[in-house]
Write a protein that binds this ligand. Structure first.
Ligand code: HEC
Length: 191
């Protein structure tokens, strides 16, 4: 009986050692698992972040960049000014003043070219409309056999040329008008 005690102690001790070894092994395996899973977890997390930011970004963001007039960019405005002088000034005026009595129809029923400065109504139209009016011409945009002296520029100017001309025009407006135009662009965006 007397030797049974150390035996039990020994067994408890051994069991304890076995147990610790087991816990130790499990910890290592778990650590390895975590290490291999970690990149996958990080990847999944990044996808979730990208997805959420895409969802909370207004749908208009893409549209805004497509037609956005870069009127604060000096190079764009300089290029647009040259294109304006070359292609638009003959009708809309060297200083964007438009043709005389531009509010009254000509004898042939067509409208004279309106000014593009703040006194006209160019700034009443959002970017997309200005772009389409220039690219396809007022007749195509109004439709229904509407006649206009202004041609469409789709075969003459590239899309970025058209945006540059319009950016130049916008750069000449007073800050207050530009701000109102920015606001109108935001309102006219498809949601
Ligand atoms: C041959 C003359 C002529 C030329 C050149 C011309 N336009 Fe016009 N444009 C007009 C006339 C006329 C109108 C009035 C629209 C109508 O007929 O109803 C007009 C209207 C516009 C409008 C609409 C303005 C508004 O307030 O409704 C825009 C924008 C415009 N022109 C941009 C341009 C740009 C940019 C160019 C140069 C790339 C250009 N135009 C060249 C004659 C011209």
């Amino acid at each position: 009986m007397s030797h049974a005690i150390p035996n039990t102690t020994c067994c408890v001790y051994l069991n304890l050692r076995e147990g610790l070894k087991y816990i130790y092994l499990v910890t290592i395996v778990l650590q390895m698992k975590v290490l291999t899973i970690l990149p996958v977890l990080i990847g999944a997390l990044m996808l979730i972040v990208i997805g959420v930011s895409w969802l909370i970004t207004p749908a208009s963001a893409g549209t805004a960049s497509r037609y956005n007039l870069d009127y604060t960019d000096a190079d764009t405005v300089a290029a647009g000014k040259m294109l304006y002088t070359q292609h638009c000034a003959a009708c809309h005026g060297k200083s964007l003043e438009g043709q005389k009595s531009w509010r009254s129809r000509l004898p042939n029923g067509r409208l004279p070219a309106p000014p593009h400065d703040a006194s006209g109504h160019t700034w009443h139209h959002p970017d997309k409309q200005l772009f389409e009016l220039t690219k396809f011409g007022p007749a195509a945009i109004v439709g229904g056999g509407y006649q206009s002296d202004m041609p469409g520029y789709q075969d003459i100017l590239s899309d970025s040329d058209i945006l540059a001309v319009l950016a130049f025009i916008k750069s000449t407006w007073p800050a207050q008008i530009r701000e109102r135009h920015d606001q109108m662009n935001l309102r006219s965006m498809p949601r």
